[in-house]
Design a protein around this ligand. Structure first.
Ligand code: PLP
Length: 417
């Protein structure tokens, strides 16, 4: 467990200089869990600590990268920055060899500020603002996705040396909480027109991209989408266009055993459908995979109301902040408690009697309810609720509604000394 002396204010590793956030570095023994780290931070800084705060556990990022490389050795990761643009996470991923999927000028800027070369960035937004395209051209980000003739015209005008990747719509997006195919991706019958439009504009189409949908997507969908991509490679050849080389299998990955399942399906499909494709470059755009389990959120109890057996609490983060994903039924909340209130007791409450509890966020909107009838031990003001898996589309989507800023500004970084 991290000791007080080990919790330092170094702010050195993966330096967050110039970034508007309170990033501290916590060193710890290899056995310490993220919960231990949070307990230790609260215990050692009970009065100074700004709540809410998150811990970014770099050990998890390293493990995830190792697992990716083992499971998908032929798929180059391009981390989807939108999922969590925390600069220390980006920096860690860059140093672990990841490339980046950026959707906007700001995301490109952020990645370039780390010294990452523009060849390691794909501008993976099929509909870009003209000013962002001009910026990409000026800094040498030369690969982008498209799925409309209008986009071809914009790229031809503002970035004529840019390579294009045609985004197609997978036939299946079952299970996905976020079905990106509702908005993006060409239908198969639109492919010839889109390929010809790029060709006529003098732009090179070097590959095909798809996204099977985020969070909970059925991994079997990768197989169908890879087959679909193969037919687009063939269509381009039939039209006499230069040979394509990039297969971009998008995001939709989760950590744990779900990656094992997806990897088997993907490796199999690439082998079956692209076996004879020499010089094929396969890339993926994992966002959730790298961000979700790497951040843990600690929030403080700021209010309490007792109505018989029902206990109601207010905490200092909510659905307009880091906890926005808890709005979705798909998201399984993992919440532990830390009784660390006025008596400064150091008690985790896993084994004590629980009550059906409601937990509200801090804004005045009643929708801002994080937990309903959730079994919690009786809490007091200044106790803590700790939420795991709080890295994917959390701080990235947080608002300042009611004047509450998100917890993005208070991030502790945990790494092995
Ligand atoms: N790539 C693109 C183009 C996306 O739009 C997204 C998410 O919206 C991602 C990758 C990341 O997806 P995920 O978080 O499912 O890995």
């Amino acid at each position: 467990v991290a000791e007080e002396s080990q919790i330092t204010n170094l702010n050195l590793m993966f330096g967050a200089s110039g970034v508007e956030c309170n990033e501290l570095v916590t060193t710890l023994s290899s056995e310490a869990t993220t919960f231990d780290i949070i307990q230790s931070i609260i215990k050692t800084k009970p009065t100074e600590i700004d709540s809410p705060f998150s811990v970014l556990d770099l050990r998890v990022v390293i493990d995830l990268m190792n697992k990716w490389t083992t499971n998908l050795p032929t798929v180059k990761p391009f981390y989807a920055v939108k999922c969590n643009p925390n600069i220390s996470l980006l920096s860690a991923l860059a140093s672990l060899g990841s490339n980046f999927d950026c959707a906007s000028l700001a995301e490109i800027k952020s990645v370039l500020s780390l010294g990452v070369s523009p060849e390691r960035i794909i501008f993976a937004n099929p509909c870009k603002m003209e000013s962002h395209i001009k910026y990409a051209a000026s800094v040498g980000v030369n690969v982008t996705t498209y799925d409309s003739v209008g986009e071809v015209e914009k790229i031809k005008r503002w970035h004529p040396n840019c390579e294009l990747i045609l985004r197609i719509k997978p036939e299946e997006e079952t299970g996905a909480q976020f079905r990106l195919g509702l908005k993006y991706g060409a239908f198969l019958n639109e492919v010839p027109k889109l390929l010809k439009a790029a060709n006529m504009a003098g732009l090179k189409v070097t590959g095909v991209a798809f996204h099977i949908g985020s969070m909970g997507a059925n991994a079997q969908a990768y197989s169908g989408a890879i087959l679909l991509a193969k037919t687009v490679f063939e269509t381009a050849s039939q039209l006499g266009m230069p040979k394509m080389k990039i297969l971009d299998i998008g995001g939709g990955f989760s950590s744990g055993s779900k990656l094992d399942e997806a990897s088997l399906i993907i490796n199999d499909a690439i082998k079956s459908y692209f076996e004879n494709e020499e010089n094929l470059v396969v890339i993926g755009e994992p966002g959730t995979y790298f961000a979700e389990t790497t951040f843990t959120l600690a929030t403080k109890v700021i209010g309490k109301r007792v109505r018989g057996e029902l206990k109601e609490y207010w905490i200092d983060d909510g659905i307009y902040g880091t906890l926005c994903m808890t709005l979705y039924d798909y998201f399984i909340v993992t919440c532990s408690t830390l009784k660390f209130g006025s008596k400064h007791e150091n008690v985790t409450c896993k084994d004590t009697k629980t009550y059906p509890s409601t937990v509200f966020g801090p804004t005045c909107d009643s929708t801002d309810t994080v937990l309903k009838e959730y079994p919690l031990p009786e809490l007091e003001m200044n106790d803590w609720l700790v939420f795991s898996n709080m890295g994917a589309y959390t701080t990235a989507c947080a608002t300042n509604f009611n004047g509450f800023s998100s917890s993005a500004k208070n991030i502790y970084i945990a790494y092995l000394s």
